[in-house]
Design a protein around this ligand. Structure first.
Ligand SMILES: [Zn+2]
Length: 279
């Protein structure tokens, strides 16, 4: 059996390119069919908000049913909120941001992600806290409920590659209307099993930093084109819920940690500018 290597082994977040043998593709196609198909109405709403819906599917994530699209998960209610966002928009951030600044955001990681997950979260927290923003992160125990529950929980999920892509992380939406961060994100432990792309601490930390970026309101820097994933989607008309952050490039930014597909694992200067403007 001939197995080709993943073509973008960099891919430290979101989605990775890969090529597969036919048998692997068949298996994953079956898997996708078991997951629900997304209705045309919902696809239209996600399209209008500039998401690449070509691999969107209905799934359960962090205890709720909704739709996985790119490296995001939205409940149906969250999808309706996307639709209600100001359409006068251009690049980068969502309408809702984390409010109540300065603010300490608590974050926890599922022990199922092991020492690697634990060390990577510590590294990610350092990446953010070193920026001296008006939001900072502090680690708490996983699985607490009530007032001790972490603002952002990092959970584990397991999902096979499909159609040449593997989703490395998945964020549970963007900040809420109340000004809280999204409640968390998942890391795909299938990623750890594929020796050609299995992450080290820095690479996993880069993915976590990317997913935290979504939780606090950053969109993909290449959301209009998905260029980093080898796609070239037409810009179309007005973007929804993606507001330009002053001082950052309006075009492609190949070293941004917020590209749809790898390889960045550290904040570049534009990422830092974006975070400093927002927070
Ligand atoms: Zn992403």
């Amino acid at each position: 059996m001939k197995t080709k290597k993943f073509t973008l082994l960099i891919a430290v977040f979101a989605i990775v390119f890969a090529t597969f043998t036919a048998c692997q593709t068949d298996q994953t196609d079956e898997l996708l069919q078991e997951e629900g198909k997304v209705s045309p109405e919902i696809l239209a709403k996600l399209d209008a908000a500039y998401f690449d819906t070509s691999r969107a599917f209905i799934t359960n994530f962090m205890g709720e049913e909704g739709v996985a699209v790119e490296d995001m998960f939205f409940t149906y209610e969250q999808i309706d909120e996307l639709q209600s966002i100001d359409p006068a928009a251009k690049h980068y951030r969502t309408t809702n941001l984390v409010s109540g600044l300065p603010r300490v955001i608590t974050i926890s990681v599922d022990p199922d992600l092991g020492t690697l997950g634990s060390n990577a979260l510590d590294a990610t927290i350092n990446m953010y806290n070193n920026l001296n923003l008006r939001i900072s992160f502090t680690r708490v125990n996983f699985g607490q409920r009530g007032p001790n529950k972490a603002d952002i929980e990092v959970t584990e999920f397991y999902e096979l590659e499909s159609g040449g892509f593997i989703t490395l992380g998945r964020a549970a939406g963007f900040p809420t209307r109340k000004g809280d961060p999204a409640k968390g994100f998942g890391i795909n432990s299938r990623w750890f099993e594929i020796s050609s792309i299995a992450p080290n601490v820095s690479e996993l930390a880069g993915t976590m930093a990317h997913e935290i970026g979504h939780c606090i309101g950053l969109r993909h820097t290449d959301y209009q084109t998905r260029q980093s994933c080898g796609q070239n989607i037409n810009e179309g008309s007005a973007g929804v819920g993606a507001i330009y952050i002053p001082g950052t490039p309006t075009g492609s930014d190949s070293t941004s940690i917020m590209q749809s597909c790898g390889p960045a694992i550290n904040f570049n200067n534009n990422d830092k500018t974006a975070l400093e403007v927002l927070y």
